[in-house]
Design a protein around this ligand. Structure first.
Ligand SMILES: Cc1cc2nc3c(=O)[nH]c(=O)nc-3n(C[C@H](O)[C@H](O)[C@H](O)COP(=O)(O)OP(=O)(O)OC[C@H]3O[C@@H](n4cnc5c(N)ncnc54)[C@H](O)[C@@H]3O)c2cc1C
Length: 472
């Protein structure tokens, strides 16, 4: 491990304040392991600022001394972006966890970077509003991480990605200057929208210290239904049909292949199979109802017609809040069940909705051409064209992991053929920073490098992440 110069360590500790740092390996260790255990980091110094001013001072020292710094929020990122390597300082924003304000007139909430997403949702709820970003990691991931990964989740269909939910940002630049982009206007065409640069930048362009988030009316209730369909082809046609029936109030449209659900029943206690005899695909559909309208009847009618036509096989409506929770548990525990089941390769792709069925067929063929023992299961945010395309090879874990690169490449090539994205919502981090050079044009990569050079000329902000490691 390369050791930081003691004088630099001293300056960084001073900048962070007496309780704002740790050199204790036991305290640092959990920050160096990520959720899937794929990357193991190294860092001798953990900095834990409390205030924006602390971050500004820390960055000034990093700038002056050329010290690389890796920001981290809840450490739930799935591409290794938050994991430091030797000689890098880890900057955890977890203590910057205050809700600065809630405005019912502006319908906004200002949260510091370390506010856990579930706490932001709760604060919005207590004020009688909704902050709609929602994902399975919401009990641990943070607003700073959500902004920096442009997180998606289960409500994108109606409310958009994090990018659509941010009205303002406070960012500390590589040189320690604080950039106040907190105007919070819904209309502002005075030049480039700079805050958008930092959203989805994975900590490579600046440190997000606070965000002004958009709030929405709280739904009066939910219509939640689990629907068994005979084949994946039905999913998209049904989506458009149900959107019309529900006045486009649908918030979630998730898909789960049988194999994904089987893993949940195998590994997650307290889950039960609602359609034991159904071998095919299952949709989890949710409409968030405004107070003046309840979409349940309209959805029941639409699904009854689809049942008569053989478009769907079963439909199970949640009758109580507990039923709703149980249905969501099936979807939300798939990543955990996948992790508990042994080795797997996760692919987070998106394709145009019209090409989903085609992708699932050709993607599976391409994977099997690499490793005949491999089997694929798909789940995810099908309403957004975003599929988590997971590859396992039961009994052949070593072969699977040895073939990781070739399998990922095969999936990426199939995605690209359909003009899809090789990273729909998890970002690039260390996992796909080289791959991106194949799928974004040379002009795009050059422009990204130019932005990085302008905002981080000494390459101290999360170096080696997001952008291709070579100069090509
Ligand atoms: C079970 C599970 C389910 C998930 N489901 C989804 C999903 O549905 N949709 C989705 O989009 N993601 C999902 N994720 C991925 C992950 O939760 C998101 O990427 C989340 O936004 C990361 O937030 P975090 O606070 O954990 O960030 P971290 O993991 O700590 O960091 C993620 C990236 O952001 C950077 N970063 C963190 N904080 C800052 C900051 N303040 N300033 C600058 N850069 C920063 C890091 O350097 C890193 O590059 C899931 C993860 C898990 C484990």
């Amino acid at each position: 491990m390369s050791v930081l110069d003691p004088s630099i360590v001293q300056k960084l500790k001073q900048a962070a304040g007496p309780s704002g740092w740790s050199e204790d390996p036991a305290e640092i260790a959990p920050h160096l392991r990520e959720w899937r255990g794929r990357w193991k980091g190294e860092s001798q110094l953990l900095l834990r600022p409390r205030e924006t001013g602390d971050v500004a001072r820390i960055l000034s020292v990093c700038d002056e001394t050329g010290t690389a710094v890796v920001p981290q929020g809840g450490n739930t990122g799935l591409v290794g972006g938050q994991i430091p390597t030797s000689g890098e300082v880890l900057l955890s924003l977890e203590r910057m966890n205050r809700i600065r304000s809630v405005s019912l007139e502006d319908n906004t909430l200002i949260a510091e970077a370390g506010v856990v997403l579930a706490s932001a949702q709760k604060a919005a709820g207590e004020a009688g509003r909704l902050f709609p970003l929602s994902l399975a990691a919401e009990g641990s991931c943070t607003i700073g991480g959500n902004v920096s990964t442009n997180a998606g989740g289960v409500n994108v269909l109606r409310y958009g990605m994090t990018r659509d939910l941010v009205l303002g940002l406070e960012v500390v630049l590589a040189n320690g200057r604080v950039l106040d982009l907190m105007r919070g206007l819904r209309k502002d065409n005075t030049g480039y929208d700079l805050k958008q640069l930092f959203i989805g930048a994975e900590g490579t362009l600046g440190i997000v210290t606070a965000a002004m988030l958009k709030l929405f009316p709280k739904p009066a209730g939910y219509t939640t239904v689990l629907v068994a369909i005979p084949g994946v082809e039905v999913a998209v046609e049904l989506l458009n049909r149900l959107q019309d029936f529900s006045f486009r109030l649908m918030t979630a449209y998730e898909i789960m292949e049988r194999r994904a659900l089987d893993l949940v029943f195998k590994h997650i206690p307290g889950t039960a199979d609602p359609f034991p005899e159904h071998p095919g695909w299952t949709l989890l559909i949710e409409i968030s109802n405004p107070s003046a309208f309840d979409a349940t009847e309209a959805l029941e009618q639409a699904l009854a017609r689809a049942l008569e036509e053989g478009r769907i096989v079963h439909a199970l409506f949640a009758k109580t809040a507990r039923d709703r929770e149980a249905l969501w548990r099936l979807r939300e525990t798939i990543p955990e069940a996948q992790r508990l089941d042994g080795a797997s390769i996760a692919n987070d792709i998106s394709v145009p909705l019209s090409r989903i069925a085609e992708f699932i067929r050709s993607g599976e063929q391409a994977v099997r051409a690499v490793l005949p023992e491999a089997r694929v299961f798909t789940f995810g945010h099908v309403g957004d064209g975003n599929l988590h395309f997971a590859v396992q090879a039961p009994g052949h874990d070593a072969a699977l992991l040895a073939a990781r690169e070739a399998i990922e490449r095969a999936v990426q090539e199939e995605t690209a053929k359909l003009r899809g994205s090789i990273s729909a919502e998890h970002g690039l981090g260390l996992a796909k920073n080289d791959a991106i050079a194949r799928y974004r044009s040379a002009d795009e990569i050059t422009l990204m490098r130019a932005l990085k050079q302008t905002l981080d000329p000494k390459n101290i902000l999360n170096p080696g992440k997001l952008l291709p490691s070579g100069r090509g």
